[in-house]
Ligand binder design. Structure first.
Ligand code: BES
Ligand code: MN
Ligand code: MN
Length: 457
């Protein structure tokens, strides 16, 4: 039976199963959801056992590891995904509750629908296809699904450190990225790295009356504002000394491939809803979201923010500041330069602390000359009707370098099926059903091709 016909015949059952997966509020950032992470891992364990895998749960929150042997001569593949999700906040902006999946003619709405449960599910369905139609998988398969991707992958890093070569594989397959658009399928060939920091500025020992004592102390909120504005110029360039040193420019062939994409200003205006675009001078919007590094403030707090006026000089101010890094930038070197720069530009009269909130991750690149990459090109072309364009993605999956190491340097294939309009990390996250069905089909074609099996379209 062709994958397309099989999917058609199983749509109802597959959606019901995905709904079950999405109903778990597996929010890794919030301690109250610890037991939900365990429940989700247990559901995955049982589901994978039903598909013929030997399954173990490792660490807390559990990393789900499963293995199933394929034909003796077939390659070994490692699938990676994550079952944790971002907090659903702000709840009031959801049109239906985030953990009560809603299915329309076009899409399934829920937190995690696209990032990453829906995409993990595309592979679960593909494995089910092989079990039902072939009685086995076309490859030997390690499955690794973690519950902490959104918070820094601590447990998976630990598990990987203790694994040695047990997860040696010939290729790593990941579906946790997006197409450029529905009309332009893409294969992600790179991800930006991430350096995530927090700055805390302390002034007076307590909030002060801004009248009786205003004029004798530095205001931490203003001091923090001065630091933040020093970090980036009006030309959109990051001012940290050496920040741009060593960056490898994109290859001419990469640039040529992008010219096919309608990535003009209007496209990014509609995607963002911002009144105007901004960013580093001298680069196109597509370059600015993929091959150029950035620095952004992700959170900012100080003083009184409730209704009405309160006359204080706040005792403290804080900001979360993160940088997206590109190939050639060394996260540790940039961390040191950043810290030194923040200390230098801080105005007198305050004390500060600068901390890292995650293990800094370098940018990640994938080769495009492996048979596994070509299998992904072919799989997407068959399932979505158009050859994918290779594109670097601005987001990050920081654990991938460590995972690739555990797979002994095997090529990593980033065959994601999301869309930039899916609202991941935002209210009303969804996954287009066209992408779900196409994703299952593409996954089937990929495993089949890699295992040297031919399946009819
Ligand atoms: N799946 C995303 C990364 C992503 C998003 C890749 C869109 C391609 C397109 C992943 O779950 C994620 O959100 N990563 C975080 C990093 C993490 C440490 C919080 C990110 O990029 O902000
Ligand atoms: Mn993700
Ligand atoms: Mn995410």
């Amino acid at each position: 039976m062709s994958p397309r016909a099989w999917i058609q015949a199983h749509k109802e059952a597959l959606l019901a199963q995905l709904v079950t997966f999405l109903r778990f509020p597996s929010v890794s950032a919030q301690p109250t959801h610890r037991s939900d992470l365990h429940a989700t891992a247990t559901w995955l364990k049982e589901t994978l056992q039903g598909l013929g895998f030997a399954v173990e749960l490792l660490g807390d929150p559990p990393v789900v590891h499963a293995f199933q042997a394929g034909p003796p001569e077939a390659p070994t593949v490692l699938f990676y995904g994550h079952y944790d999700v971002q907090p659903p906040d702000p709840l009031a902006l959801w049109e239906s509750p985030p953990f009560e999946p809603r299915i329309t003619a076009e899409a399934i709405y829920a937190r995690g629908a696209c990032d990453d449960k829906g995409q993990v599910f595309a592979h679960l369905a593909a494995w089910q296809y092989f079990k039902e139609t072939l009685g086995r998988l076309p490859v030997s398969l390690h499955v690794v699904i973690e519950g902490e991707e959104e918070t820094g992958s601590d447990t998976l890093y630990e598990v990987l450190a203790g694994k040695g070569t047990a997860w040696r594989s010939d290729a790593v397959i990941v579906s946790d990225t997006a197409f450029f658009s529905e009309a332009f399928p893409t294969l992600t060939v790179g991800l930006r790295g991430l350096l995530y920091t927090e700055i805390r500025v302390k002034g007076p020992a307590r909030d002060l009356h801004s009248g009786t004592l205003g004029g004798v102390v530095a205001n931490p909120a203003l001091a923090l504002a001065a630091i933040l504005t020093a970090l980036k110029g009006p030309d959109g360039r990051v001012r940290i000394p050496g920040f741009y040193e060593g960056i490898r420019p994109p290859l001419p062939a990469e640039r040529a491939a992008w010219r096919e994409l309608p990535a003009d200003e209007a496209y990014y205006l509609s995607l963002t809803g911002a009144p105007a675009l901004a960013g580093e001078v001298g680069f196109s919007p597509l370059e600015r979201v993929s091959v150029r590094p950035t620095l952004d403030v992700n959170g900012l707090w100080s003083g009184y923010t409730g209704p009405g006026a309160k006359t204080i000089i706040p005792a403290e101010a804080g900001a979360k500041v993160s940088m997206r890094l590109v190939p050639g930038q060394d996260p540790e070197r940039i961390w040191e330069a950043y810290k030194r720069f923040v200390m230098e530009v801080a105005p007198p009269g305050v004390t500060l602390t600068v901390d890292k909130l995650h293990e800094p991750a370098p940018a990640f690149e994938t080769p495009t000359d492996s048979p596994f990459y070509r299998a992904a090109e072919e799989a997407i072309a068959r399932a979505f009707g158009r050859k994918p364009i290779p594109l670097r993605e601005g987001g990050s999956i920081p654990v991938l370098p460590a995972l690739q190491q555990a797979a002994e340097g095997a090529p990593v294939i980033l065959m994601g099926f999301g869309l930039p309009s899916d609202a991941i990390h935002s209210p009303n996250e969804h996954f287009r059903l066209r992408q779900l069905w196409g994703g299952i089909e593409a996954a089937v074609y990929w495993y089949a091709r890699v295992g040297g099996l031919s399946v009819s379209g």
